[in-house]
Design a protein around this ligand. Structure first.
Ligand SMILES: Cc1cc2nc3c(=O)[nH]c(=O)nc-3n(C[C@H](O)[C@H](O)[C@H](O)COP(=O)(O)OP(=O)(O)OC[C@H]3O[C@@H](n4cnc5c(N)ncnc54)[C@H](O)[C@@H]3O)c2cc1C
Length: 395
C-alpha cells in the first residue's frame, strides 16, 4: 500500500493504533515526548467490547496473564456498609466471548503493544510542537526536525498539542473537585468480602475501590475519592488526609499503614468539536475526556484507535472521503451518547445528597441485582457493547 502515518503519543491509544495500522500495512512512526512509558495509576478496567478488539490484535493471552479477570462488580451503600447489588458479567455470555472485565494497568497494555511493534519507528523523547498540512501530506514538527506522512494521529492526551495546533475547541467543563487515588497493599477482599471492582455511594464522600495485579503480580488496591472544594494538594495527599480517608473503609486496620502510592487528578467532561481536520485525526484523550467512574475513557479511546486504523485502510482502497468523515461521526457521537452520559450519571448516582432521590437511585441499583433483564441492559451499556453496535449503525 505504501501509505504512511505519524502517531503523536505512545500512551495506550497511540500504541494500539500503531499496532492496528502496522498490521494493515501502514508505514508507522510513533513519537513519544517522554523518555519512558508513563506508569502512573490511571486506567485499570478493560471491558468486554475492548477485550474483543485486543483479542483481534493478538493481545488477549497477555492481557489475562498480566491482569486480573473480574466477573463481578459491586455497588455498596457506604454509610450502611452494605452491599446494594453484585452485578455478574456472565449475563453477557450469549453476546460476547468475553463475559468479564480484565483489571489491568494501562502501562502494561502499552508495554505489551510496544513488544509487538516490529517494523514501526518508535521514538521516545520526541515531543511534537506543531502540525501543518497541505493537500498531499501532513507534517509534525519536533525539536529533532519535521516528520511528514500521509496522515497524522493526535493521540497525545487531554492537553493535546495536536488538537490545539488544529484550533479545535475542547467543549465541556471541569469538575470543581479533584480525584485522589490512594494505592495500598491492604487486602480489602478479606476484610469486606467484596469484588475486585466496587463503587461505594455516599452523600458525604463516595469511593471507588479496585484491585489490580501490580507489576509484581501480588495485588494491590486503588481507592479513588473526591477531594473537597478548597482542600489543598498538601492536605489531600498528605499522611493525615490519607489516613483519615482510608480509616473509614476498613475496620480491622488502617489501610494507610500499607500505602504505596498517592496521586491527584483534575477531572473533566470534554469532547473535541471535531475528531478530524483534513489529514489529521484525534483519538483517545486528545479527543475526549471524562471522569473515571465506570472505567470508560481508555476503553473508548481503544475503540477510536481500532476504528481509525480500519477507516484509513478502507480509504486507501476506495478514496471515499465519507469513510474519513464517518470516523468523526461515529466516534464523537458514541463518546457523547455513552461515555459522557454514563460517567456523569455514575458520578451523580454515587454522590447523591437528596435523601429521597438517593433512596430511589439505590433502589434502581438494587433492582439490577434482582432482575436479570435489567442487569443485562445495564451491562450492555456499561461494557460499551451497545456503543459498538450504535457506532456501526452510523454513516
Ligand atoms: C484515576 C484514573 C482512572 C482511570 N480509570 C480508567 C479505567 O478504568 N478505564 C478506562 O477506560 N479509562 C480510565 N481512565 C482514563 C484513561 O486513563 C485515559 O482515557 C487514557 O490514559 C487515555 O489514553 P491516551 O493514550 O489517549 O492518552 P494518554 O494516556 O494521556 O497518553 C498520551 C501520551 O502522549 C504523550 N504526549 C503528550 N504530548 C505529546 C507531544 N506533544 N508529543 C509527543 N508525545 C506527547 C504523553 O507523554 C503520553 O504518553 C482513568 C483515568 C484516571 C485519571
Amino acid at each position: 500500500m505504501g501509505q504512511s502515518v505519524v502517531v503523536v503519543g505512545a500512551g495506550p491509544v497511540g500504541a494500539v493504533f500503531a499496532l492496528a495500522a502496522a498490521r494493515r500495512g501502514f508505514d508507522v512512526t510513533l513519537l513519544e515526548a517522554e523518555q519512558a512509558v508513563e506508569d502512573a495509576p490511571r486506567a485499570a478496567t478493560v471491558h468486554p467490547s475492548t477485550l474483543a478488539m485486543l483479542g483481534e490484535l493478538g493481545l488477549m493471552d497477555d492481557v489475562v496473564a498480566r491482569g486480573l479477570v473480574a466477573r463481578y462488580f459491586d455497588f455498596w451503600d457506604r454509610p450502611e456498609r452494605s452491599l446494594i447489588a453484585r452485578l455478574d458479567h456472565n449475563v453477557l455470555r450469549d453476546v460476547t466471548p468475553y463475559p468479564f472485565v480484565v483489571q489491568i494497568e494501562q502501562h502494561k497494555i502499552v508495554n505489551m503493544v510496544l513488544e509487538r511493534l516490529s517494523g514501526v519507528d518508535v521514538r521516545f523523547g520526541a515531543a511534537v510542537t506543531g502540525v501543518t498540512q497541505d493537500a498531499d501530506s501532513a507534517t509534525v514538527h519536533t525539536s529533532e526536525g519535521p516528520v511528514t506522512a500521509d496522515y497524522v494521529i493526535g493521540a497525545d492526551g487531554g492537553r493535546s498539542t495536536v488538537r490545539k495546533a488544529l484550533g479545535i475547541e475542547f467543549e465541556g467543563y471541569t469538575w470543581p473537585e479533584r480525584f485522589l487515588v490512594l494505592t495500598t497493599l491492604f487486602d480489602f477482599q478479606s476484610e469486606l468480602d467484596c469484588s475486585y471492582r466496587n463503587y461505594w455511594a455516599d452523600p458525604r464522600e463516595w469511593v471507588n475501590l479496585f484491585k489490580v495485579a501490580g507489576d509484581d503480580g501480588k495485588g494491590r488496591w486503588r481507592a479513588v475519592f473526591p477531594t473537597t472544594v478548597g482542600e489543598t494538594d498538601e492536605e489531600a495527599v498528605g499522611d493525615e488526609g490519607a489516613r483519615a480517608r482510608l480509616s473509614g473503609l476498613a475496620l480491622s486496620a488502617n489501610p494507610a499503614d500499607q500505602l504505596v502510592h498517592r496521586k491527584l487528578y483534575n477531572v473533566h467532561q470534554r469532547v473535541a468539536a471535531s475528531f478530524r481536520s483534513g489529514r489529521v485525526f484525534l483519538a483517545g484523550d486528545a479527543a475526549h475526556v471524562n471522569n473515571p467512574i465506570g472505567g470508560l475513557g481508555l476503553n473508548c479511546g481503544i475503540h477510536d484507535a481500532v476504528e481509525l486504523a480500519s477507516s484509513l485502510h478502507t480509504f486507501a482502497a476506495t478514496a471515499d472521503e465519507n469513510v474519513l468523515d464517518r470516523y468523526d461521526l461515529r466516534r464523537r457521537t458514541v463518546n457523547i451518547e455513552f461515555v459522557q452520559q454514563q460517567t456523569v450519571t455514575n458520578k451523580r448516582r454515587l454522590e447523591e445528597k437528596d435523601p429521597v432521590r438517593r433512596k430511589e437511585r439505590l433502589a434502581e441499583l438494587a433492582a439490577l441485582g434482582d432482575h436479570a433483564e435489567l442487569e443485562l441492559k445495564f451491562l450492555m451499556n456499561s461494557s460499551l457493547l451497545n456503543s459498538v453496535a450504535r457506532a456501526a449503525s452510523l454513516g
